[in-house]
Design a protein around this ligand. Structure first.
Ligand code: SF4
Length: 223
């Protein structure tokens, strides 16, 4: 039932937003550090903190050699600077990272669950952060669930309740591996642009005709 519902959603979002296929981007360690910086802040602030870090310290070894207090000062625009600096320092001084020349590319060849477990062994790294790193850096079949995806999935009836962990488990099961990246990109875009937390714009939503939350009897205005 929910698998069929997701296929209907996928069809509509692909028509509305086009295909979103994974392509290689940042390397895994850059993605990991940026994802840590992005916790509980905006993409804009985490991006500025990442740029500051790279400008202040040309190599990841330079960051590893810096004190936590120095790192915290450099990334303060991202908020929670002390916690994030401690996490970044812990990653960069981990023997698997510094001992391999400041890379986590070894994860690419690991079984998915082992790669997730390695990342989540770091304090402050949960399933969402770990899934983001493996999905964006290596194209692994994962679907990180953020607040936008959780909200959309709940409103369209893919999941019940407000728990991101539960939503993650359900979506991971019902969405085929080769569609997970695209599902993440589509659902997050819908959540950011149309299915807002307050005042969702149901009348211009491509899921209006199948969404149980949408008010009935209104004309759908596709952009
Ligand atoms: S129809 Fe409305 S509630 Fe449903 S997904 Fe679209 S914007 Fe969200």
């Amino acid at each position: 039932m929910t698998e069929a519902l997701y296929m209907s959603i996928h069809e509509r979002l692909t028509v509305h937003y086009g295909s979103r296929l994974w392509r290689p981007g940042r390397n895994g360690l850059d993605e990991f550090i940026l994802t840590i910086l992005s916790q509980s802040t905006t993409d804009r602030n985490s991006g500025r903190a990442f740029v500051s870090l790279r400008q202040q310290y040309p190599t990841w070894q330079d960051v590893a050699d810096a004190s936590v207090a120095e790192i915290a000062r450099t990334v303060r625009v991202a908020g929670l600077a002390q916690d994030k600096a401690e996490r970044i320092h812990a990653v960069l001084t981990h023997p698997d990272v510094c001992g391999n020349g400041y890379t986590i590319d070894f994860l690419r060849d690991w079984p998915l669950d082992d790669a997730l477990s390695w990342l989540m062994a770091f304090k402050g790294v949960g399933p969402k952060t770990a899934s983001c790193v493996l999905m964006f850096a290596y194209g692994m079949p994962l679907l990180p669930v953020d607040t936008h995806i959780q909200r959309v999935a709940q409103r369209v009836g893919l999941v019940t309740g407000k728990s991101p962990e539960r939503a993650h488990a359900i979506l991971h099961t019902i969405i085929p591996a080769d569609m997970k990246y695209e599902a993440h990109m589509h659902l997050i875009q819908l959540g950011r642009q149309i299915c807002h937390a307050r005042n969702p714009e149901c009348t211009r939503c491509p899921l209006h005709d199948i969404c149980p939350t949408a008010p009935r009897g209104q004309h759908v205005q596709h952009p």
